[in-house]
Design a protein around this ligand. Structure first.
Ligand SMILES: Nc1ncnc2c1ncn2[C@@H]1O[C@H](COP(=O)(O)OS(=O)(=O)O)[C@@H](OP(=O)(O)O)[C@H]1O
Ligand SMILES: [Mg+2]
Length: 368
């Protein structure tokens, strides 16, 4: 039963984090003028990013012992610690405490008294591990697809566990990806009562299976094990019938290059442009067959943008490699060092071989 406790705590805490994100979007924690701010590098960040990171860091430390927990995560406390950010920090502290107060419904222990601002900052800044080839490291993207979150589209809470350089547990919370309906292009949140239809997907390395459960929302409680369903990749291996997905933003992936690859293989459907790691979720659930991402030369992919999605796709029956056909290397620290050109995830080996072949055939003339 290796990693059973890690998987269970991971699913519980990601469920709680999805609930936190949905409540922020609905304004349940009160109006929030500071919802979106810019980091020093100008990328957007929200109260949800910091709050989820603080909450998950605190729960993991409580569950496994602070000294045993190493976390590699996206956010730091630089912006939040600035003297000009007092009201922002106050919003984060309120949000963290409101969500930890819901922890028992998710089968988790919350604190006996509300956390102080210093404890919240400490929980966020403890996630500054740089991972590496030895030992256990949790990898967290608190809100992946921040643009999707801000625009009411797809986003994900992504938590994985790496042991000795291999991803062994993956949990992907997708608050706007209905557990009952197929994904549609750049889809935004469904209205009112359908909000509660998001899902959480998860797996353990070597289980040969991946599962999905609906989000627990409203006043519900999380049972474990519960009525999770097994998910599987699509059986389509004819490119003509296949759907490929890619990032929404042109800045994050070269749309015209992927369109050329798709055309050369005979893919005829419009690309499914979706924010965040929900693209991996779509492959794992069989809503799409191919995911391609070709970032600009020089951009270094971070492990938290891929770890959870990769292991879920692989255990659901799919294949994920770089564009040269080699497995992604999660053992080198924060970045996917040595990544060749881009990322290709497919529902099966046939499609995967064809995509990799098309990349080799076209790269030199692509001017990328
Ligand atoms: N220039 C560039 N190229 C490629 N990738 C970048 C780049 N800049 C950032 N990022 C990282 O990519 C994450 C978003 O990737 P997506 O596949 O979700 O793209 S998109 O939002 O659908 O356009 C995004 O994750 P979040 O920050 O969590 O949203 C970033 O970590
Ligand atoms: Mg991300």
């Amino acid at each position: 039963m290796e990693y059973e406790k890690e998987l269970e705590i991971g699913v519980r805490v990601v469920q709680l984090a999805c609930c936190l994100c949905q409540k922020i979007q609905k304004g349940s924690f009160g109006p929030n003028p500071d919802l979106v701010v810019s980091k020093l590098d100008d990328s957007p960040v929200t109260v949800a990013d910091w709050s989820v990171q603080a909450m998950i860091s605190w729960i993991l430390s409580e569950s496994f012992g602070r000294e045993n927990v190493s976390i590699v995560a996206e956010e730091d406390t630089q912006t939040l610690s600035d003297v000009k950010s007092t009201s922002l920090l106050a919003s984060v502290v309120t949000t963290v405490n409101e969500s930890l107060a819901m922890a028992p419904r998710f089968g988790l222990n919350g604190p006996t008294a509300p956390l102080e601002a210093s404890e919240v900052l400490d929980a966020i800044s403890r996630c500054n591990s740089s991972g590496g080839p030895v030992g256990r490291h949790w990898v967290l993207d608190p809100v992946d697809g921040t643009l999707g979150f801000v625009r009411g589209g797809q986003y994900a809470v992504a938590l994985a566990l790496i042991e000795n350089g291999r991803v062994v547990v993956g949990v992907l919370g997708c608050p706007n990806y209905s557990s009952k309906r197929k994904l549609v292009n750049n889809s935004s949140a469904p209205k009112s009562d359908l909000w509660q239809e998001g899902c959480v997907m998860y797996t353990k390395r070597g289980s040969g299976q991946a599962w999905m459960q609906p989000l627990v929302c409203g006043d519900g409680t999380l049972e474990w094990p519960n009525s999770a369903s097994v998910i599987q990749v699509s059986s389509i291996d004819n490119p003509v019938m296949a759907t490929f997905c890619e990032p929404v933003e042109k800045a994050n992936s070269n749309h015209s290059y992927s369109a050329g690859i798709a055309y050369s293989l005979g893919l005829r459907k419009q690309p499914l442009r979706v924010y965040s790691m929900v693209k991996y979720a779509a492959i794992a659930r069989g809503d799409a067959e191919i995911y391609m991402k070709f970032a600009k030369a020089g951009y270094k992919e971070k492990i938290w943008d891929h770890a959870a999605g990769v292991v879920i796709v692989e255990e659901a029956g799919g294949v994920v490699t770089d564009a040269g056909g080699r497995p992604l290397d999660f053992s080198k620290g924060v970045y996917l060092e040595g990544l060749d050109r881009g990322i290709v995830a497919c529902s099966g080996v046939n499609l995967h071989e064809k995509i990799i072949g098309a990349v080799y055939a076209s790269w030199d003339s692509s001017h990328l």
